[in-house]
Design a protein around this ligand. Structure first.
Ligand SMILES: Nc1nc2c(ncn2[C@@H]2O[C@H](COP(=O)(O)OP(=O)(O)OP(=O)(O)O)[C@@H](O)[C@H]2O)c(=O)[nH]1
Length: 586
């Protein structure tokens, strides 16, 4: 007899089939008795009577066999019923224990009361089975579903009946990706494992997926052999969705983190490259944030402002920096004023020259650092450049361009510039400008006789001697080989004559020792005054030269004042009658 716990929790006892062997045995017994009766009738000759007896006996035999079999069937059913009852009692015990009942009821001897209890227990079991939240399912050892809780319908949409009718309940209910694993777990339990816990996906009737936490347990294992398998499944879809969401969030976070790290690494690389670049350039770079605190600086900045190479200025306020550098520069107040003015503007500042006490010259330029998204600037960048060398080089170039390299006096180029400027100024103010032209007498013979070096010496010494006699507002220039001139602003005739006289005397007094001999030299001078003698620079030079030539032609070692503008002949060409102003004092 086979017992099946169906979906409603009913016990269905199937009628035992009449065993053919029993019927055969009973028939044989009846036939044997009939045979004995026939044989007896034949022997004793009372065949008709014995036939009747035989038939009766055979009938009795068959009836006896049938009675015996029926008795045996009833006994089997009784035993099976007892087994069922015992099984349910066990379940009931468990149910009663679950529902808080005492164990003593099971010990009551009265069978009726026990059966009533069994009925109550069965009813409770049904309630429990119907009301379980998770899915409970029983399988036989061949893997066939024998019962499943109604909750399967809520979970999957499949009714219990549909599950029971399915040829393979696991194929119906379990997602194909997890099916083999589920079967493997069941197999392990069938082979002796006490239980297997795992998670799997159920396939809903509508095609969607539902995650469950599953447990395979052996059912009624006796002597190591399980009577069936029980599968429990708890709906964990919400948890799985939360896990998925969490996983997605974590994945998203990881992706964002990886992205951030990649950008950070790239940004660090960029910063390193920029820092390397900024550290090799000679410009001092200083970034101040919008709160006037140091944000970044390079090595050159430390160097320019005299900070030690390991100085940490990050976060230092601008006023602190200013107080640190104030003692290094020549006009700290003016510089601080300049900085204050710059930070009030939003434009790129004009280069500002800072002079250091040690002679260095540094320029600064500042610009607002705009925010990427506009709005307020995020700080200010200051760029410092030590221009000391540049200035020195420029100064040297200017000197070379404006000075005579041998004597250091201003050269012809600078003389012309200065002459134009002075004439313009005199014209504007209605003043006068005097020009004294000087040409050495007999310089060539010194070169020829004592060498070029000796000539140079004469030129240098003369420049120094005459230069010492020149006032600060006067300009002494070398305009040719042995030609010089003095530009005298705001000078009257008498002053110019006095100057010429002094120069003639100074040169005349000079002595040089060449070749063991004492050698002297003289000069011829000509004086012209703007605008009295000329109306332009070129004309003034020409008039002064003419006066100078008159000094030469008049015997040298003397000076000559140019004739007045009205005296045409005096300005054009000296003649015998053009007596130069000999004002030379011996
Ligand atoms: N040593 C030297 N000689 C120079 C330099 N520049 C020009 N000279 C020479 O100066 C001389 C100038 O010529 P002149 O003015 O005719 O010589 P001078 O003998 O003074 O003639 P007068 O003016 O007529 O007396 C030339 O011999 C040039 O070679 C220089 O830088 N150094």
């Amino acid at each position: 007899m086979r017992r099946v716990l169906c979906a409603r929790g009913d016990v269905v006892s199937r009628q035992a089939h009449l065993s053919p062997a029993v019927l055969l045995l009973a028939g044989c017994a009846g036939a044997a008795l009939a045979g004995v009766a026939v044989a007896t009738g034949m022997v004793f000759g009372t065949a008709g009577a014995w036939y009747v007896v035989a038939i009766v006996v055979a009938g009795i035999g068959v009836l006896a066999a049938a009675a015996l079999h029926l008795h045996a069937g009833a006994e089997g059913r009784r035993r099976a019923g007892e087994e069922t009852v015992v099984s349910y009692l066990e379940s009931l015990d468990a149910a009663v224990r679950l529902s808080g009942g005492g164990a003593d009821r099971a010990a009551e001897p009265d069978t009726t009361r026990r059966l009533e209890s069994v009925a109550v227990g069965v009813s409770r079991l049904r309630e429990i089975a119907d009301g379980v939240h998770g899915v409970e399912a029983l399988f036989d050892m061949r893997g066939r579903l024998t019962w499943i809780s109604p909750s399967i319908e809520r979970l999957t949409g499949w009714s219990p009946a549909a599950c029971l009718d399915a040829p393979d309940a696991l194929a119906l209910l379990v997602h194909e990706s997890d099916r083999r694993y589920c079967q493997r777990m069941a197999q392990r339990v069938a082979e002796g494992s006490t239980g297997e816990d795992f998670e799997m996906r159920l396939l809903r009737e509508d095609g969607r997926i539902c995650w469950v936490a599953s447990h395979w347990r052996p059912l009624g294992r006796q002597g190591g052999q399980a009577a069936g398998l029980r599968m429990s499944a708890e709906d964990i879809q919400a948890r799985k969705e939360a896990e998925y969401k969490l996983l997605e969030t974590v994945t998203e976070l990881r992706r964002a983190q990886a992205l951030r790290e990649r950008y950070l690494a790239r940004s660090n690389d960029e910063r390193q490259r920029l820092s390397a670049l900024l550290n090799v350039i000679r410009l001092g770079i200083l970034f101040m944030d919008r709160d006037h605190r140091v944000l970044y600086y390079n090595r050159a900045m430390l160097d320019i402002w005299g900070f030690p190479p390991d100085e940490n200025l990050i976060g230092a306020r601008d006023v602190v920096l200013q107080s640190r550098v104030a003692e290094l520069i020549e006009q700290p107040e003016a510089y601080i004023e300049h900085v204050d003015a710059v930070v009030r503007t939003h434009v790129v500042s004009e280069p500002y020259e800072v002079r250091f006490k040690d002679g260095r010259i540094v320029t600064d330029i500042a610009a607002l650092v705009e925010a990427v998204q506009g709005g307020r600037g995020i700080g200010r960048v200051w760029i410092y450049e030590d221009v000391t060398e540049q200035r020195r080089t420029a100064q040297r170039l200017v000197e070379l361009a404006e000075h005579d390299p041998l004597t250091g006096l201003y050269n012809r180029r600078r003389f012309h510039e200065e002459l134009d400027r002075e004439l313009a100024e005199a014209a504007r103010r209605g003043g006068e400008v005097g020009l004294v032209a000087i040409d050495l007498d007999g310089f060539k013979p010194i070169n020829d006789e004592f060498g070029h070096q000796a000539g140079d010496e004469v030129l240098v010494e003369l420049s120094r001697t005459v230069g010492d006699a020149i006032r600060r507002n006067e300009m002494f220039c070398r305009v040719g080989g042995d030609e010089f001139c003095v530009l005298v602003p705001d000078a009257g005739e008498s002053e110019l004559c006095e100057l010429a006289r002094r120069i003639v005397e100074l040169i005349d007094a000079m002595r040089f020792g060449f070749g063991g001999r004492s050698v002297g030299i003289t000069a011829s001078l000509g004086i012209a005054i703007y605008p009295r003698h000329a109306s332009s620079a070129e004309e003034l030079i020409a008039v002064a030269d003419q006066a100078m030539y008159r000094s030469k032609s008049g015997g040298r070692d003397q000076w000559t004042m140019a004739a007045s503008c009205g005296d045409e002949s005096a300005r054009m060409k000296p003649t015998e009658t053009d007596e130069p102003d000999r004002r030379r004092e011996d």
